[in-house]
Design a binder for this molecule. Structure first.
Ligand code: ATP
Length: 312
């Protein structure tokens, strides 16, 4: 677990991060979201001590980061920034091998790890290992940047606007890839963005910051249903709120007894998917199947719309 404990940063008289605390569970993805200048990047950089906190501390599995030598800390915490920071004169394989080399892994182990990561990021080693960063597209550079940060299996991966330079279509694909890789590796990630859609798409938990302070730290569903204040509510975005809520709720939670005609929908799919299917087919209800394919009930438009309403 990563414990962020009362972190504060002052530049002169200005408080840039004020008394921020939250815990990040192992194997989860936490998104820090907020307006420009809220202090998100500074908070992230205090976690790996690129910025020295004015007060407060960070614990990694109970160990205070101040007791860990800085170079060791950089090896234990991966860091990805917008623009990826790839070394322009090193090829893809050498870029990915950076930290394992510093840690003096043997050649064979490094070569295996590089190949494994290239495969994982869907970059064919035969084609990409020897290319240089300028020969790659933005999306490919982004993947190499993340692969490099993950190479030595860090305890924590920090990502600052990692998709900021990608256009909308590639960005969405890159977000899906990150989720798949995070699940597969069980990596613990803290990611900074100013994009609330990205936060909802990626975050197991979301930390909302404004003017140096943490306003709320909660799951996406909690943010939607119980925003801590007006600012959070506005940021979450009232217009898309019902749809976001439906995207986060599985069909199983609106299951009703009874029969319905048509192709069944899986209980694990979202109510958003169910509603799209219902609107598309013009039906009032769909049969619902469990993971074995057995029909366990139905889901109806009326019931879904009840779920889209915020709690009183
Ligand atoms: N080294 C510094 N010296 C003085 N002020 C700084 C320094 N670094 C950051 N700041 C100020 O701290 C505030 C927060 O900056 P930070 O980059 O953490 O915000 P952010 O939420 O990441 O914003 P953005 O999304 O625009 O990058 C800003 O007002 C910035 O000008």
């Amino acid at each position: 677990m990563i414990e962020i404990d009362r972190l504060t940063k002052r530049y002169g008289a200005t408080l840039v991060v004020e008394d921020v605390s939250f815990n990040v569970e192992e194997g989860t993805l936490t998104v820090v979201v907020g307006t420009s200048g809220a202090g998100k990047s500074t908070l992230l950089r205090m976690i790996n001590r690129l910025v020295e906190p004015s007060a407060g501390r960070v614990l990694i599995d109970g160990e205070d980061t101040r007791t860990i030598p800085e170079d060791e800390l950089r090896h234990r915490i991966g860091y990805v920034i917008q623009g990826y920071g790839l070394f322009p004169h090193r090829n893809v394989a050498d870029n990915i091998a950076t930290v394992p080399r510093l840690l003096r892994w043997d050649r064979k182990r490094i070569a295996q790890r590089v190949e494994e990561l290239l495969d994982l990021f869907q970059l064919d080693p035969a084609e990409f290992a020897h290319k240089f960063p300028h020969e790659l597209s933005g999306g490919q550079q982004q993947r190499v940047g993340v692969a490099r940060a993950l190479a030595a299996r860090p305890a924590l991966l920090l990502m600052d606007e990692p998709f900021g330079a990608l256009d909308a279509v590639i960005r969405s694909k890159a977000q899906d890839d990150l989720i798949a890789i995070q699940r597969r590796l069980g990596a613990t990630i803290v990611l900074v963005t100013h994009d609330m859609n990205e936060a909802f798409h990626l975050g197991d938990r979301i930390a909302v910051m404004d003017q140096a302070r943490l306003l709320q730290y909660a799951t996406p569903a909690e943010l939607l249903m119980r925003p801590a204040d007006d600012f959070v509510e506005r940021l979450v975005g009232t217009v898309e709120r019902p749809f976001r809520l439906l995207s986060l709720t599985p069909v199983r939670e609106a299951l009703e007894a009874g029969h319905a005609e048509g192709e069944p929908i899986a209980a694990s799919e979202s109510l958003h998917d169910a509603l799209s299917r219902l609107l598309w087919t013009g039906r009032k209800a769909l049969p619902v199947a469990d993971s074995s394919g057995a029909i366990i009930g139905r889901v109806s438009v009326d019931k879904i719309l009840q779920h889209g309403r915020p709690l009183p």
